[in-house]
Structures are given as C-alpha cells and as structure tokens.
Design a protein. Structure first.
Length: 95
C-alpha cells in the first residue's frame, strides 16, 4: 500500500534543499528515488516542507536513513525533521 510522507525541516532553506538533492545525486525535475512515486517541496514560514508518496513506509525509511539524512547534514541542515505518515487512499501520476 502506498504511504504519504510529510517531512518538515525547521530553519532550512530552499538553497539547502537544492544542495541536499544534488548531494543525493538527484536533479530538480528529474526522476526521483526508486520507490518514490511523487515528490514536491516548498518553503514555509519556518523552513521547508516536502510531501511525498512512496510505495512503502519501509522503503522511505531506508532511503531516509541511507540518503536523505546524510544529504541534509552535508547541506548544513541541522534540525531533525518532523515526519508524518498517512495511508494513501488514491494517487494520480503524470498524464
């Protein structure tokens, strides 16, 4: 079952996000990580928020531990993320 993931990093900037995804080997507008079905990120009044749909919680948690957290540290993001999960009822892909 697909899982929705909301990740918030207080104090982080979009420039740090760009550095983190570059460190992870990703490019804006390019393909995402294996298992990630949908991803977007935006600035918030307190930092940044990423919203994803993954094919499983376990796959997200493995990718977060192995790739996301090391990449955010390399980009200078020091705050621990707040992460929320939700079972996804339905999602759409690009048309």
């Amino acid at each position: 079952m697909a899982i929705g993931v909301l990740v918030e990093f207080d104090g982080a900037t979009l420039a740090q996000y760009d550095a983190a995804i570059a460190h992870a080997g990703l490019t804006p507008g390019g393909p995402g990580a294996a298992g990630c079905l949908f991803h977007w990120v935006a600035a918030t009044p307190n930092g940044i928020r990423a919203v994803d749909v993954w094919d499983s919680r376990e796959r997200f948690e493995r990718y977060a531990a192995e790739t996301i957290l090391p990449a955010t540290v390399a980009a200078g993001i020091t705050a621990q993320p707040r992460i929320e999960f939700a079972d996804v009822h339905s999602y759409l892909t690009a048309g």
